[in-house]
Design a protein around this ligand. Structure first.
Ligand SMILES: [Zn+2]
Ligand SMILES: [Zn+2]
Length: 271
């Protein structure tokens, strides 16, 4: 199957439209409700654009082979009665189940990306940002994007909530869209506290603590459901905001270096 020039043009147009919409939404909100930051260098803003494009294209390309394998493997590993029983559930229950198990898978993929040095090499790039803003969401190494997304998808395939058919690709596609859209919000420079809602959904304050430059970087792994961090003992959400963001793991200043260095022999795996 070959993508035609018009497919690429349509993808580029879709990405551009989304970027315009996100910018129109978040830039004024961050100006009104965010902490004041010095303007970022032009190179950093160009990197934002590059990572936005990379994050939109790369996972689709790199995930197709592993998810196809996963679909076949799941059919051999899981007793057929389990996906059959889940298939009997009403659609709303299946969507809710897919959302929760996908989020549990993502939680552990993200947590292991902090706890295993060979995964942290790739994930550290996402923690490089010293000022958070909505586009920090897409700043991630392609290997990191694939690992965390795969962790989110594995339980869906095992439970028969995702599969090789067009219908089977609906749940993962929906979750990726919801997760990514929410990701822009929780990275945004918005000094909002949402009261009791903070129990229910991840918020900027919740995820900003995950980006803090100290011990709390190993807290708040969930992308949408903070109750998972309460369940697995990694929740941290005081009333105040982090003083500093970033990581001590060294990074190249160039885009090429940021993408290539984690693939080369280790210089440092420290957080
Ligand atoms: Zn992280
Ligand atoms: Zn983040």
């Amino acid at each position: 199957m070959h993508a035609s020039l018009s497919d690429y043009a349509a993808t580029a147009l879709r990405l551009a439209i989304w970027l315009v919409l996100l910018t129109a939404l978040f830039v004024p909100l961050e100006r009104w409700f965010g902490a004041r930051h010095a303007p970022r260098p032009r190179r950093e803003r160009l990197h934002d654009l590059a990572y936005y494009v990379i994050s939109s294209m790369v996972p689709i390309v790199l995930l197709s082979a592993p998810t196809a394998l996963l679909a076949v493997a799941a059919q051999h590993v899981v007793p057929a009665a389990l996906p059959a029983a889940i298939h009997e559930l009403p659609l709303a229950a299946r969507i809710a189940l897919a959302f929760v198990v996908g989020e549990i898978g993502f939680y552990w993929g993200h947590r292991l990306s902090h706890e295993l040095p060979w995964l942290w090499r790739f994930h550290a790039l996402h923690h490089r940002a010293e000022h958070l803003h909505f586009l920090a969401n897409t700043r991630a190494h392609p290997v990191d994007m694939v690992v965390t997304r795969l962790f989110g998808l594995i339980p869906l395939y095992l439970l028969g909530l995702a599969g090789p058919s067009v219908a089977g690709s609906g749940a993962p596609a929906l979750l990726l869209v919801v997760g990514t859209t929410w990701g822009f919000f929780i990275h945004a420079n918005l000094r909002w506290r949402l009261g009791p809602l903070e129990w229910l959904v991840a918020t900027p304050a919740f995820h900003h603590w995950h980006h803090s430059r100290n011990d709390h970087i190993n807290r708040n792994y969930a992308s949408t459901l903070p109750v998972l961090d309460r369940l697995f003992g990694s929740h941290y959400l005081p009333r105040h905001w982090p003083a500093e963001y970033g990581t001590d793991t060294p990074h190249a200043d160039t885009l090429g270096g940021q993408l290539l260095d984690p693939l080369l022999p280790a210089k440092s795996g420290k957080r």
